[in-house]
Design a protein around this ligand. Structure first.
Ligand code: AMP
Length: 425
């Protein structure tokens, strides 16, 4: 029988790589704390209608990328979450039907599922780090959320990122723009590709972010969405840009930026990295005041958020050598047995040290002393602790620093103190 392989589009993460995840997650936790955000965890699946309503039926995600199934023959269809925002809003509305306190600041690091064609930087199971600010979406709130995202990138040392921003206006602005855009594209209909023709009727704005160079050439001359936005929306967008400039966050206004999801309005943004090749979007987000009502909420919850792909973050950081300083930690102590008849003693010693807060490994396979020393070095242990008949009888043990070869003769109780001293040097 052929050996099993990991499912197409999914990945295993072994300890060598997990240190990178832990490092990034640590930075995310500390930066989000500076802005007062706390973690939310929601279920990995939701009722399918939540995404149909929340993300929009004309989007690629809902149209063709969801993993949906029936839990039982008469049950309601369930979908593995393809993004977090709809689930977070659902959870929020369920807990706070009246809207809660003025601002709820939530972040997540979550596994998501989309039935896309796998390629570099595009998986079927992937992970996003993101944040949602619920209850307020003023220009100051939008700028704060963008700032937090950029501070995470800065703290990780990432360079060469581009922040693109655009305003999508409100529903009326977009309805007027849709008509203008269709009128502009009409004469080019025979030059549009299949996906663009499909979008022409359903969601023509999405033609603007086509990756097809022939389509890009056509949309380059299209009227600009920003020019359709009435003065109030324009002034708000200008305030967002002003706040970004105040914070020295470089940006570029990108008239073709529309984002793939339906619930965005007003400011939308995206960060791209030149390290990522064809899939160059590292993350993006925007304001989504309309979502709460769309999901049946009693009140409108103004909101702004973003999501960043963790796998792409890791690819970009790897290319910039930002993991070089991450050295894996070995155990503090490796217990080396002089004689396998002392195994019981060694287990007791390991146990005592571990309860004193010392990380300990030992050979569990009864191998020779030479093999045990090899294992201690392979694991990058800090010290070797030698356990023989004499040591057990006298209560004095030899502890060897494996880097400097310095040796100490000491009681078990004295070991944690010596390790503590040496960790300070
Ligand atoms: P989206 O939710 O589509 O706006 O995506 C936000 C970010 O999530 C993107 O910029 C990517 O970094 C990441 N992302 C989206 N889809 C995938 C995928 N299939 N595989 C890996 N990362 C993804």
């Amino acid at each position: 029988m052929a050996q099993f392989q990991v499912v197409k589009g999914a990945k295993d993460i072994f300890p060598e790589e997990i240190v990178r995840w832990h490092y990034i997650e640590g930075v995310i936790r500390s930066v989000t704390a500076l802005y007062g955000f706390s973690e939310i965890r929601t279920p990995v699946f939701e009722y399918t209608e939540l995404f149909q309503r929340g993300i929009g039926s004309t989007t690629d995600i809902v149209g063709k990328e969801m993993f949906s199934f029936l839990p039982d023959p008469n049950g309601r269809s369930i979908t593995l979450r393809p993004e977090m925002t709809a689930g977070v809003m659902r959870a929020f509305l369920q807990k706070y039907p009246g809207g809660g306190v003025p601002a709820h600041k939530l972040y997540y690091v979550a596994d998501l599922f989309r039935k896309e064609r796998p390629q570099a930087g595009r998986q079927r199971q992937f992970t996003q780090f993101g944040a949602e600010l619920l209850g307020v979406s003023s220009p100051a709130a939008v700028a704060e959320v963008i700032s937090m995202m950029m501070q995470v990138f800065d703290s990780l040392g990432l360079q060469g990122l581009k922040l693109r921003v655009n305003s999508l206006g409100d529903l009326d602005d977009r309805a007027r723009y849709r008509d203008m855009l269709r009128a502009y594209l009409e004469p080019f209909r025979d030059k549009l590709d299949e996906p663009s023709l499909e979008r022409f009727d359903k969601n023509p704005l999405r033609i603007l972010d086509s990756k097809n160079p022939a389509v890009q050439e056509i949309v380059a001359g299209a009227p600009k969405l920003l020019d359709c936005i009435r003065s109030e929306g324009r002034a708000e967008f200008d305030r967002v840009l002003g706040y970004l400039a105040d914070r020295n966050i470089a940006y570029e206004v990108d008239h073709l930026l529309v984002r793939g999801l339906d619930y965005y309005g007003h400011t939308a943004f995206e960060v791209v990295s030149s390290e990522l090749g064809a899939q160059d979007a590292l993350g993006g987000g925007g304001r989504y005041d309309a979502l709460s009502k769309e999901l049946g909420g009693n009140v409108e919850i103004p909101a702004v958020g973003f999501a960043v792909g963790m796998e792409r973050l890791i690819i970009a950081m790897e290319k910039q050598g930002l993991f070089a300083a991450l050295t894996p930690h070995g155990p503090q102590v490796f217990v080396v047995l002089q004689d396998s008849s002392l195994e019981d003693q060694a287990l007791r010693i390991s146990d005592r040290l571990r309860h004193a807060g010392v990380s300990v490994e030992s050979d569990l396979a009864g191998r020779s002393m030479k093999a045990q020393m090899r294992e201690a070095n392979r694991l990058m242990a800090g010290f070797a602790l030698f356990v023989g008949q004499d040591e057990v009888a006298s209560g004095n043990y030899t502890l060897r620093n494996l880097k400097t070869s310095e040796q100490f003769s000491l009681s078990l109780d004295a070991i944690p103190g010596v390790l503590h001293e040496s960790s300070k040097q």
